[in-house]
Design a protein. Sequence first.
Length: 733
Amino acid sequence: AAEATPRRLSPRAAASPTQGDARWGDTSSYGAKKKHRVFCQLLNGDWALCTVLTTSGDESVLKVSEGKVLRLKTESLQPANPEILDGVDDLMQLSYLSEPSVLYNLQYRYSQDMIYTKAGPVLVAVNPFKKVSLYGNEYIDAYRNKSMDSPHVYAIADAALREMKRDEVNQSIIISGESGAGKTETAKIAMQYLASLGGGSGIEYEILQTNPILEAFGNAKTLRNDNSSRFSRVVQCAVGERSYHIFYQLCAGAPASLRERLNLKKVDEYKYLKQSCCYSIAGVDDAQMFRTVTEAMNIVHISKEDQENVFAMVSAVLWLGDVSFTVIDNENHVEIVVDEASKTVAELLGCSIEDLNLALSKRHMKVNNENIVQKLTLAQATDTRDALAKSVYASLFEWLVEQINKSLSVGKRRTGRSISILDIYGFESFDKNSFEQFCINYANERLQQHFNRHLFKLEQEEYVEDGIDWAKVEFEDNQDCLNLFEKKPLGLLSLLDEESTFPNATDLTFANKLKQHLNLNSCFRGERGKSFTVRHYAGEVAYDTSGFLEKNRDLLHMDSIRLLAKCEISLPNMFASKMLAQSDNSMSVPYRSSAADSQKLSVAMKFKGQLFQLMQRLESTTPHFIRCIKPNNLQLPAIYEQGLVLQQLKCCGVLEVVRISRSGYPTRMTHQKFARRYGFLLLEDVASQDPLSVSVAILHQFNILPEMYQVGYTKLFFRTGQIGKLEDTRNRT
Ligand code: ATP
Ligand code: MG
């Protein structure tokens, strides 16, 4: 019940910043005076708010809390903001923008369940790990009719909607953050707001119903997050984690007849699920979730027949893990064992046991234009089997998304404008970083550039172009790091692909190749053995190349695709035609696999292609950014670890954006638009005058202070909070 009524914690006028104190950690004008509030750093690295009792020489005596007094060097203290600024809803309002001030402000709000805070144009969301009463129809209405204006996902969704209508431009809401920070929940909250427009029925309702389906097939329990959006974990799963929810839901919730038709076992009887020794999630009823998912499938018009086919594929994937092999000669060549597992897989896919055996135990290749058949060893056959399971599952997911999209767009009125919500994994840096982190961090590097460009670069260019007085603000450009990844032929991605095509290459030869070609790059550092370090915008990450080549090579062979193409069941058949089409498209890409009989895209190249498509889509939208923060690693409420929060604030550039936004003019409007929008509020008749004169007259009539705006050649530029006054008057009129 933190925010039952709108609250402004501080009057804007009092919080209005002056340029001078906007710098980081600037204590030059500051001397610790008596009774002053300051931040001091405790031994564990946390900052504590305390009051200065006395200062003598270069030391101060501080009261940290009741009964706790410390003596510290005065110069080690950081100034704290006046009490009136405690918990301001936009970090831009802080007079001192030091790290401790920002951390304290977020913590102050967090402790009162105010989990949302603005950082200039960015919304920061700190995960509460508990139900907070900030959502639902009352809140939605309040944000819609503007009786509430504290920072909120609803406010962001509302702004996107209004700007889409006003500017006739597509919008995007870009949500980022670490695993478990709350991206997916935030995306759902934004969808909830947009869906409420439809009054709780119709297409908006159907769109909301896609969530349980997408989460069942796309999410899994990890050590960091019980409901983590994941990819590729069908065949491998760490202890304590789970594979995709749908596997457990199906096994727990399928009615008896379906259970029989799909030959389902108990979850702990499948090899793929057994390896992690984790089958349930506290507080989650998988059987109940299965009913929710099928109900949602009904709502988005996936037919009963298709649903059954989907579950047959899910069962086939599980049974594939149990398919085993027998060694048939002294070279370790194998054949599949004809048992319940292989029979069930064949039946579910709609192929013969012979075809399944052929696909999993032999490989057809073309060498010097001659067709040869290679027998597979046990290890190769196992890999082939796992690759098939992964690709069937991936195709299934893709198919589901396609069906949902189709069903939602059939016969529905389309306005031609859209709001895209992007829920994307944030930057990752662990003790050990592998190919997955390499891809994720590369994607984040691109997104960061989009963010930078949008917020900083475009902004400054616009000032300069429009001839206003603007002392340039430097910002970190990450183009060098992107070049390190993307440059051809000597970039990380190109070199990885090249090495992946050499049959004798190893992770070590790959690492050496990187060192040989990239050591002069300022964003790259070769390390001992198989490691290298990349200087990302968010910090340095050391990658271990173990497994890079294997993960980058797409293991799915033509034999497996041919198997699926032969299947009598429509789904696998469809998957196969798509895969064939995809491998055709890749002909233009210089990825040669000497062992494979077709040219296939490497995983990294596919990833890059998808990333570019995504970026292209985003470029044509007006972005709105939400940065999710995870306050602790325990998934528990009311624990706020400063170090963890600070590191995330740095990673997503929140601190930098506040500094820059505050010293700039974030609101702008062309003279014409401004005159048109507010001209009618003028007391004198100005119909005959040019837009610039009308604009100036408006500024005067409303007493907008000269330091709060600048007049450019074509546009007016305002500091934050200025247009609000005009809009209020306009809306009242
Ligand atoms: P991943 O990258 O692993 O997919 P994520 O950033 O999408 O992680 P979420 O699944 O959205 O993380 O959130 C993790 C958990 O945090 C949720 O299951 C929920 O328990 C809690 N949570 C997140 N946001 C909120 C919120 N606004 N209110 C209550 N709980 C929340
Ligand atoms: Mg998620």
